[in-house]
Write a protein that binds this ligand. Structure first.
Ligand SMILES: NC(=O)c1ccc[n+]([C@@H]2O[C@H](COP(=O)([O-])OP(=O)(O)OC[C@H]3O[C@@H](n4cnc5c(N)ncnc54)[C@H](OP(=O)(O)O)[C@@H]3O)[C@@H](O)[C@H]2O)c1
Length: 258
């Protein structure tokens, strides 16, 4: 039997959308577990700079590195440039851990409100980006026979949530992509999973409970009676990184919402 290796200390984690609620919580948690970080932002540089500054000052971070990169995940060229920057700043061809989290949501009531341009835009950012990121990450992971790929999907992948059909399609596509990668790359030490959150507060998407009052995601309808937290998403992400026996799974974080 091959040796079990769930060590994430000293690994490099690439987290897209680290300027947002869930991405920044994942960055903190993986850093606390000893990972170096490559963090991306798009419009909001300041939160990522502040996060990097804070983490680098924290005790126990000797020998760890953080790099920050501006990336539009809708652009293949931007993602390719990101990998060149990672090579330059971390000395490796790709990350050991990929957290493809950057995403975009649009609340619309029905398919008739979604234009073709809007559909393509959503798919590029939420689904195509994860395909490109995984494709660029896997050669390094295969070479070292160790890798963790985690997509941030959504309850919308199963038909729930408050977003429109193109968001649901993009997130369901992520789950299909993840399951295929999990089966194809398991023998090479690479696991692939997704987390499927619903109604996570302290994020740009759901700033607070008042934001969703009167919608299907109203806190009144959530069995545990509250929004989820970015830290709870990060807990699941770190657990998946540290548990190589889990692959091909979508972990629903929804407070009991179906
Ligand atoms: N909050 C929820 O309840 C919930 C539920 C299910 C799934 N999710 C998923 O969780 C992920 C993180 O969202 P969040 O809830 O943490 O919301 P958030 O705080 O708004 O974060 C969104 C992140 O995505 C980045 N982003 C958006 N468009 C981008 C683009 N074109 N290129 C690169 N980065 C882009 C943003 O970067 P800038 O701010 O720098 O522009 C930001 O870092 C998303 O994939 C979302 O679909 C969230």
């Amino acid at each position: 039997m091959s040796k079990v290796d769930n060590e994430i200390r000293g690994r490099l984690a690439l987290i897209t959308g680290a300027s947002g609620g869930i991405g920044s919580a994942c960055a903190r948690d993986l850093w606390a577990n000893g990972a170096s970080l490559a963090l991306t932002y798009y419009n909001n540089r300041q939160p990522v700079d502040e996060l990097a500054h804070e983490l680098l000052k924290s005790p126990g971070s000797e020998g760890l590195r953080i790099s920050c990169h501006k990336v539009d995940t809708g652009s293949a060229e931007d993602i390719e440039r990101l990998f060149l920057e990672i090579k330059k700043q971390h000395g490796q061809d790709g990350p050991d851990i990929l957290i493809s989290n950057a995403g975009y949501g649009k609340r619309r009531t029905g398919i008739l409100d979604v234009s073709l341009e809007e559909f393509d835009y959503m798919i590029n950012i939420n689904l195509r980006a994860s395909f490109i990121l995984a494709k660029l990450s896997i050669p390094h992971m295969e070479a070292q026979k160790w890798g963790r790929i985690i997509f941030v999907s959504s309850i919308a992948a199963q038909g729930g949530g408050i977003n429109a059909c193109h968001y649901a399609a993009s997130k369901a596509g992520l789950t299909g992509l993840m399951k295929n990668l999990a089966m194809k790359h398991a023998k090479l030490g690479i696991t692939a999973n997704d987390i499927a959150p619903a109604m996570i507060g302290e994020t740009g998407m759901i700033p607070d409970a008042a934001f969703v009052e009167g919608t299907p995601g109203d806190v009144k309808n959530i069995p545990v009676g509250r929004l989820g937290t970015p830290q709870e998403c990060a807990n699941a992400v770190t657990m998946l990184c540290r548990t190589g026996y889990i692959t091909g799974q979508s972990i629903l974080l929804s407070g009991g919402l179906k």
